[in-house]
Write a protein that binds this ligand. Structure first.
Ligand code: ADP
Ligand code: MG
Ligand code: MG
Length: 478
């Protein structure tokens, strides 16, 4: 299919040298307002570089943006109900857990263990992000890429980019265009969610525990949350620890409080643990089990983590499944309209059909394992090779197939460290943030809190920013 194209928010000059001063100024603005990351290639905890960004906000159709915002609280509710439905999780993930024993299987084992012991505490905190791309002109509507429930990032950076683009349009004298930049409260919204969970825990002496990777590239995104929590609620202090720290020094007291370095942890907020490479060994998996057993409110609890898997997404798209969790027919229809074709590789007729279909036209699909964090999916002819290789192995049931969304291109300038900015065709992915707190019987907090936009060169398969594929952006509503 031919590319379809959106206009840019303003016409770019033919000679980009005219933008030299503006680009240099915007790099400094980004650095001075936390639009940064640590260098992956030259990592040091003593320096931050600006994160790659689009010079201009990218056009996103207003109606579709508003649709995605409006549906978020329903999606929060859906994921919450899925997470607390044992029957559904069990039937959905049994095969994936068996075929992906390295990751989904281990998560599922922890889930089974704590379920039998009784979830402690009953409340879960979800910081969710539902991601969308606009699909091709025949449909011309947002389609859901995935829902993230674990280590959901970029709420703070979404806000930085909204402000950066406001600054850039002002610098260019386009005051008339500022009205098309939507308000974005993602940072305060996510921070308030963590504070709310801390309050539910009820012990004022306790802290919010950020569970982090050994090497944190996306440092501003995490620190903004910590600092905002401190600003909005000075009593709620935060600490940062790794899974290895919890393994070595964490313990449960007689009331199952999680104690590390003398601090009672109220909320465990995972910014790690979303892929097996982040567990150095069995000790780190034990740490996850210890935390799940503890009285701390987990973000995410293991059942929320499982509810965010791609396998669950695929099953929710099957006829009749949304009806198990939502009652309002209008909401069910609105959620269903977000889905694009999703297929499983079960050992049955439809599984064989899905394999044949993908082998015949691999460019029409994306092949996905049960992983997070970008860089795990398979595209193009590699889909064919991999499916032929695993056709007769049970491994195939751990993967899902998805229709490839063809987003519209538009012209923008990606500003990257050490590279001369050039005009490029880019495509965008919108993320909407939701916060939810609840237990098996009730939802006590449910909000849509803001958005972020990421863009990538139109020819790239994936667009993760920390993973090095994409750049930060913000939407310009038309
Ligand atoms: P992850 O959990 O690793 O982020 P995603 O499902 O979001 O996994 O896939 C990673 C990236 O791959 C997305 O950000 C998007 O750029 C691309 N992608 C995923 N699914 C599709 C799809 N159906 N069509 C087009 N691109 C996709
Ligand atoms: Mg994800
Ligand atoms: Mg993603």
């Amino acid at each position: 299919m031919d590319d379809y194209r959106l206009p840019s928010c303003l016409e770019l000059p033919k000679n980009l040298d005219e933008l030299h001063d503006l680009i240099e100024k915007s790099k400094d603005w980004a650095l001075m307002h936390g639009g940064g990351m640590r260098s992956k290639t030259n990592f040091s905890v003593d320096s931050i570089q600006f994160a790659p960004f689009c010079l201009l906000p990218s056009v996103f159709p207003r109606k579709e943006f508003e649709k995605a915002v409006a549906i978020q609280e329903t999606l929060n509710e859906l994921i919450h109900k899925v997470a607390f439905c044992h029957e559904f999780l069990e039937e959905s993930l049994r095969d994936s857990a068996a075929s992906d024993s390295e990751f989904t299987g281990r998560l599922f084992k922890i889930y089974e263990t704590v379920r039998k012991e009784g979830f402690n505490p009953s409340l879960s905190l979800g910081v969710l992000r539902s991601d969308y791309m606009m699909d091709h002109p025949a449909l011309c509507s947002v389609k859901q890429v995935e829902v993230n429930t674990v280590s959901t990032s970029l709420a703070p950076m979404g806000v930085v980019l909204s402000n950066l683009h406001r600054f850039i349009l002002q610098e260019m004298g386009h005051m008339d265009k500022l009205k098309n930049l939507p308000e974005n409260n993602a940072l305060a919204g996510a921070s308030l969610g963590l504070i709310e969970a801390w309050k539910f825990f009820g012990n004022k002496q306790s802290g919010d525990g950020f569970l982090v990777e050994e090497i944190v590239v996306n440092i501003c995104d995490q620190r903004f949350l910590e600092f905002k929590i401190g600003e909005l609620c000075p009593e709620a202090r935060t600490i940062r620890r790794t899974l290895t720290d919890i393994h070595k020094r964490g313990r449960l007291d007689a009331q199952k409080n999680l104690i590390i370095d003398g601090i009672v942890v109220a909320v465990v907020y995972l910014r790690t643990g979303y892929t097996p490479e982040l567990f150095a060994g069995d000790g780190e998996w034990d740490a996850l089990l210890t935390m799940e057993r503890s009285s701390a409110i987990k973000c995410p609890s293991v059942q929320y983590h499982l509810a965010g898997t791609k396998k669950v997404q695929q099953l929710l798209a099957k006829p009749g499944v949304l009806e198990r969790f939502l009652t309002d027919p209008l909401k069910i229809k609105a959620v269903r309209d977000l889905f694009t074709g999703l297929y499983a590789f079960d050992f049955d007729e439809s599984g064989e059909r899905a394999i044949d279909m993908a082998i015949e036209n691999p460019e029409r699909f994306v092949l996905k394992p049960q992983r997070e964090g970008g860089g795990n999916n398979v595209y193009g002819t590699k889909i064919k090779d991999l499916l032929l290789e695993m056709r007769s192995s049970k491994e195939r049931t751990g993967w899902i197939l998805m229709d490839r969304i063809i987003p519209p291109v538009q012209e923008n300038i990606i500003v990257r460290v050490g590279k001369k900015p050039a005009s490029e065709d880019i495509v965008s992915e919108l993320g909407i943030f939701g916060i939810i707190i609840g237990d098996a019987d009730k939802i006590v907090y449910n909000k849509q809190v803001g958005h972020m936009l990421r863009s990538k060169t139109s020819t790239a398969d994936e667009g993760g920013v920390a993973a090095g594929f994409g750049c930060l952006d913000s939407p310009y509503l038309l």
